[in-house]
Ligand binder design. Sequence first.
Ligand SMILES: C[S@@+](CC[C@H](N)C(=O)[O-])C[C@H]1O[C@@H](n2cnc3c(N)ncnc32)[C@H](O)[C@@H]1O
Length: 483
Amino acid sequence: MRLLEAGFETVSADGSADMLAMAFENGMKHGDHILRVVQADWRWLNRDVHGEYDAIVCLGNSFTHLFSERDRRKALAEFYAMLKHDGILILDQRNYDAILDRGYSSKHTYYYCGEDVAVEPEYVDEGLCRMRYRFPDDSVYHLNMFPLRKDYTRRLMSEVGFQRIETYGDFQHTYRDEQPDFFVHVAEKEYRMEEEEEGSYGGAVNTARSYYNSPDADAFYSSVWGGEDIHVGIYAHPAEPIADASRRTVERMAAGLGLTERSRVLDLGSGFGGSARYLAGTYGCTVQALNLSEVENERHRQLNAQRGLTDRIEVVDGSFEAVPFADSSVDVVWSQDAFLHSGNRIRVLEEIRRVLKPGGRLVFTDPMAADGTDLKGIRPILDRIHLDDMGSPGFYTRELTRLGFVPTEHEGVAGGFEDLREQLVTHYGRVLEETERQEAEGLAAKVSSDYLTQMKKGLGHWVDGGEQRRLTWGIFRFTLTKG
Ligand SMILES: C[S@@+](CC[C@H](N)C(=O)[O-])C[C@H]1O[C@@H](n2cnc3c(N)ncnc32)[C@H](O)[C@@H]1O
C-alpha cells in the first residue's frame, strides 16, 4: 500500500492464499486500493508472476523460511531473472550472526511485533533458529527459521549474478559501533564487464594498496623487520631478533607440506618475498607471489635477482580478491598476515578454493579477533586498518569447511588451527621496542614523525588486544577435499 501511495505500480506475491486475502482486504480498507495479488512460490516465481521489474522487495525476514540451500539459490535466481537489466533486489534478514555468536539481544527499535510481545529464540544452532512469540494473553507461537549468516546471504546473491551488494545494518550504512538487529541487502543486477572493473580496486583493497605503497610504510617495514618479512614471528625467547623469529614462523608453516621441486606454491599478499625466497631456496619449488603493492613488488624482484631466484619466483601485481590464475592450478596456497586487509574475506577463500588443485594444501596466518570478541573492544585497531571487522578462528574454520576444506593433521593440532596468541603479544611488543630503539638511532630521517607516532600507538593497541585475549593469531592448515 505504501508503495502504491508513493506512485509505484506493484504486484504483491505470497505463498499463502489467506495472507493474500488479508492483504487485499487491507488495501480496500485503507484507501480503496485494489492490490494486484498473486499466489506464488519464490522457487518458481516466473511461472505465476509475469513481466520484468525495476525492484523486487523481500522484507520481514521472509527469506529465512527457506531451509534448503538449493531452494535459496533457486529463489534468488528467480528474483535475478525477473529484474530489468539495472533492477535491484532488496532483501532483509535478522542478524543471526549476533544470535549465533553472542546470544540474543534486541534493541526493540525496529521490526518488533508490538510493545507487549516478547520475542526470543528458544533454540539456536547453525541449522535452526526457533523463535518464540509470547502475546499479552499468554498465548505462545513458534516460528522455525534458518539462521542465515550475513556473509552467506551475500555470497549466495553474488553467486546467482549480483555483482554489487550493499548491506545496511538497521538502515545505517556504517553500523560497526552497534550490532544491528536486522540487515538489509540491496543487490544491483547491472552487469559490469571485467575491463570496467580493472584498475579500480574496491575500497579496502585501495586503502591497503595506498598504505603499503607509501614511502613511510616501505621505509618502516624494510628497516624495522629487516627487509625480508612483515609478519608475526614465533619467538624462542622474548628478546630474540625479529628476523630470526619471523623465519621460524615460515619454517613451521612449511614443515609437513611435502614440498618438492615439482610443487607450485601461490603466496597471497607476499610483501617483500622473504617467505617465497625461503620456500624456493629450501625446497626448489616454484612460487607465484601475488601482491598488491607495486612498491614492495619492485623491492621483492630486486632481492630475488640478488639471490639468483628469478627463475623460481614470479612476482605478480594484483589482488587476492581476484586471483589472476587458472582454476585448479596450484598445489599449495600460502599466506601470512595479509587477509586482515580484505573487505571480503569470503571472496578470498573462494578464490583459494578455485585455484587450488583437489587435494591441495592451504596454510596461512592472520591476526584476528578472538572468537566471541565484541568488536567494540577492538575498535582502535579496526580504525587503524580502516575496516569494519576482522576474521576469527571460528569464521575461517566455518567458511573453509563450507567450501570443502578439511583440517590437516599436524603434530597433534586438532581442528586445523594452531592458536599462538601469546606470540602476537611478544611480537608486537618486540616491534614496538625495535621502533623506539631505531628511532633513537635516526629512523626518523627515513620515516615521518607522524607515521611513527601513529605506528607506536597502533602497536600498543595490538599488544593490549592480545593481552586482553580480544585478538589472536596462529597457523591454519587445511586441505581441499578431492570430491
Ligand atoms: C603484513 S604484510 C605481509 C607480507 C608478507 N606476507 C610477509 O609475511 O612478509 C601484508 C601484505 O598484504 C598485501 N595485501 C593487502 N591486501 C592485498 C590484496 N587485496 N591482494 C594482495 N595483497 C594484498 C600488502 O601489499 C602487504 O604486502
